[in-house]
Design a protein around this ligand. Structure first.
Ligand code: AMP
Length: 280
């Protein structure tokens, strides 16, 4: 496995290796990331993972500085998964000048949910992903794998790829969960033992909301407010708990139809912001 830090070294490492299968990450890898890597392996001739904590997608008060950076441990895990190339640029390698050009995603998709609570988040994500795609694929075909844990993110990326006619297939991976059901996340490391016990309630709230939405004994907004109140009473600060159409992340029109919906949630437990979702 080659670990490269500059775009020039990445391009040299990729020369003549065929179609890349690419897994972008911010590192501090866990079993969820490794499942993406395993899924990616048969999808290309050369398997590339990137590790880069992208400043552009963090708001000033967010955890950019404290985000766990564990390159050595990450490389060991990737080597065990037979990754071919790790692209771990320093900030000055990927952004040698201030990144003043940005990708502006469709506000209808990117300014709701995560984008509403983290303004500019998806512009930051799309800008770095487009740049990473340029570095890894250089306009040639390939496949990139994203997790459905970040449900809105994979939709925004798919739309970007379609609208810019990039020759890149986007594959998505199921959410990897701990045995108690908590979605794996690098941010779970911030949780105290007590918070870690409580954290499973976010997924449970989404399950209960999905069931209630199908039973539809009350209008959806009332069910969503109830769900937020229940988590709030347990000490969470809820950003959103909501049922949306999978197709466009808008509120369902008419009676919610099973098989076309997704319940999405984001909430803070102490200092830790967690997200989760459930297709139903
Ligand atoms: P991150 O390092 O958090 O930016 O995540 C890198 C990629 O891993 C993204 O495509 C995430 O959606 C995906 N990912 C992170 N956690 C999980 C998980 N628990 N299950 C599935 N995919 C995940």
């Amino acid at each position: 496995m080659q670990v490269v830090h500059t775009i020039a070294d990445l391009r040299a490492a990729l020369a003549g290796r065929g179609r890349p299968a690419f897994v972008p990450t911010m590192g501090n890898l866990h079993a969820g990331h490794l499942a993406l890597v395993r899924q990616a392996r048969p999808l290309g001739d050369v398997l590339v993972a990137s590790i880069f904590v992208n400043r552009l997608q963090f708001l000033p008060h967010e955890d950019f500085d404290s985000y766990p950076r564990t390159l050595q441990a990450d490389c060991k895990l990737l080597e065990a998964e037979h990754c071919d190339i790790v692209f771990a640029p320093r900030e000055s390698d990927l952004y040698p000048q201030p990144q003043t050009f940005r990708v502006q995603p469709d506000p209808r998709l990117a300014d709701v949910l995560e984008g509403h609570f983290r303004p500019g988040f998806f512009a930051g994500v799309c800008t770095v992903v487009l740049k990473l795609f340029g570095c890894v694929f250089g306009g040639h075909p390939g496949t990139a794998v994203f997790g459905r844990k970040d449900y809105q993110q994979q939709m925004v990326i798919r739309q970007m790829v379609r609208q810019f006619a990039l020759p890149i297939d986007i594959a998505t991976a199921d959410i990897s969960r701990a045995t108690d059901g908590l979605a794996l996340s690098s941010r779970n490391a911030y949780l105290s033992p007590e918070e870690r016990g409580e954290a499973v309630q976010l997924g449970r709230a989404l399950q209960a909301l999905a069931q209630a939405a199908l039973a539809l004994r009350q209008p959806l907004p009332a069910l969503e407010s109830d769900a937020a109140r229940v988590l709030g009473a347990r000490g969470w600060q809820v950003d959103y708990l909501t049922v949306r159409q999978r197709a466009d992340l808008q509120a369902p029109e008419g009676k919610p139809q099973a098989g076309q919906l997704v319940a999405l949630g984001a909430a803070r437990l102490g200092k830790t912001r967690l997200i989760d979702n459930l297709e139903f």
